[in-house]
Design a protein around this ligand. Structure first.
Ligand code: FAD
Ligand code: SF4
Ligand code: SF4
Length: 421
């Protein structure tokens, strides 16, 4: 009896804490408050929609609010005098770490070595959280496997099924409504997995989520396809058999690696895309207004771009993470025995390479053509030349952390130009 009273009082306190209960927008809503720039993050499909002006990454001050949110979440803003923090956001000391899940510990379904999935499973198994908000596939068919369906996973098995990137906009905040409406009693401590625009909306209303504990684990994110049609259009440009593709990544060897349902990999030099002009409109407009590639408001962010290219498959390749605060450190420590952690210094490879300042302008121009739909029709070079170009740029171009900074420069500069016109 006493216990029930305590539980009921706690529930009441939580529901009182959650302010602003407006009517959620339906999922098939045609126009959202951020209009063209909306990344369909799911926030407006929850009863916190009334607070969209302060939460949305694309309204009002938008991502400029990252500065004050960094202060609120991490206790300080990133140090602009420190180039690592300037690019990667707030980190604990030596917080940018190369690592991978040990081969025998890797989950079957994963994008890279399954770091995100393994960390989420570890948190759940250790009883640190009651549920994980992560992204399942819409269905099992190869095409639907790449379409996102965010869920509240209560078991390790459910989290394991969410491994792998669903490369398109995903309404990750949507399941919060289910949490509040029907599962609030069971789920008081949550791990949220998501990308920058989703995490900004989440953090903006963190105090009013009605949770006792929130962990936030994220990935880097850039240039996300708008929807399934856009993704298929891109895959047709990149792959000989787009219908069997179950994953892809722009890798550090300047090739697009497409993973197929039968286990086969295609490796296409970025210079050999068929009809690249067909890719205009593939990337969501929100992603041309995004300045949070590194997901600055997570407790811990996972990515690949600062890990020096080692060859081979992405599912066997080293990744890196950015530990931003104590909760991020806890997540890393919890998984320690399943990890192969490298030396931070290995993220900065020895030897000469082209400075990124010399490469960024040459990649910016075709990027802007793509953004503005300018048709500069050209036949792709012969395949051997495209392969050679990818090899040369990989051998001479920036590597490791410099490669990552170059990617961030490219996206940020392009997006600044896009916002100005
Ligand atoms: P896994 O263990 O396979 O877990 C992947 C997790 O991603 C799952 O938990 C799932 O919930 C979540 N997820 C899947 N799809 C989405 C989605 N659409 N929105 C939000 N969450 C999702 N890294 C870079 O270094 N540079 C990049 O440019 C880059 N772009 C990315 C774009 C997207 C849309 C995503 C989701 C990730 C991107 N990443 C990028 C991160 C990288 O691709 C891997 O996700 C990361 O290295 C983790 O791999 P993993 O094997 O540890 O993940
Ligand atoms: Fe709403 Fe999210 Fe779209 Fe902004 S990005 S309008 S918060 S759904
Ligand atoms: Fe959201 Fe930015 Fe990723 Fe686009 S690139 S999905 S806006 S985090």
């Amino acid at each position: 009896g006493g216990n029930a009273a305590v539980v009921a009082t706690a529930a009441l306190a939580r529901s009182k804490r959650r302010r602003g209960k407006a009517k959620p927008m339906p999922e098939d809503q045609a126009v959202y408050p951020a209009k063209d720039l909306c990344s369909r993050c799911g926030f407006c499909n929850t009863s916190l929609v009334g607070r969209v002006q302060e939460a949305c990454a694309f309204l009002g001050d938008g991502m400029a609010r990252l500065d004050q949110l960094e202060e609120r979440v991490h206790g300080r803003q990133r140090n602009l005098e420190d180039e690592m923090e300037l690019y990667f956001g707030v980190t604990v000391e030596d917080g940018v770490v190369p690592l991978q899940v040990l081969p025998e510990q890797r989950p079957a379904q994963r994008a890279w070595t399954g770091l995100v999935t393994s960390m989420a499973c570890a948190l759940l198994a250790a009883g640190r959280v009651d549920a994980v908000l992560c992204v399942a596939s819409a269905a099992e068919s190869p095409k639907k496997r790449l379409e996102p369906r965010p869920i509240l996973a209560r078991t390790v098995e459910e989290v394991l099924k969410c491994g792998g990137v669903k490369p398109m906009l995903s309404p990750n905040l949507l399941p919060l409504e289910e949490l509040w409406q029907v599962r609030g009693e069971d789920i008081k401590r949550l791990l949220f997995i998501g990308v920058g625009c989703q995490v900004q909306a989440l953090r903006s209303v963190e105090e009013d989520l009605g949770l006792d504990e929130l962990y936030v684990l994220g990935t880097n994110c850039v240039d996300n396809p708008r929807d399934s049609e856009a993704l298929q259009r891109f895959l047709r440009s990149a792959s000989e058999t787009p219908e069997t593709a179950v994953g892809f990544e722009f890798m550090q060897d300047n090739r697009i690696h497409v993973k197929h349902a039968d286990g086969r990999y295609e490796q296409i030099p970025v210079f050999a895309l068929k009809e690249p002009e067909n890719c205009t409109g593939v990337i969501a407009k929100s992603c041309y207004a995004c300045f949070d590639y590194v997901n600055a408001l997570t407790d811990l962010t996972v990515g690949y771009m600062a890990a020096p290219w080692q060859g081979g498959r992405m599912t066997e390749h080293q990744q890196y993470c950015v530990v931003r605060n104590q909760k991020g450190q806890q997540m890393l420590d919890l998984l320690a025995e399943k990890l192969d952690v490298g030396q931070a210094s290995s993220l900065v490879p020895n030897g000469w390479s082209l400075p990124r300042s010399q490469l960024v302008p040459s990649v910016l121009s075709p990027e802007l053509d793509l953004a503005f739909g300018r048709r500069r029709r050209r036949e792709p070079p012969p395949r051997w030349l495209a392969e050679l170009l990818s090899d040369v740029v990989t051998a001479l171009g920036p590597r490791g952390v410099e490669f990552a900074k170059g990617s961030i420069d490219r996206a940020a500069l392009r997006n600044l130009v896009c916002l100005e016109v």
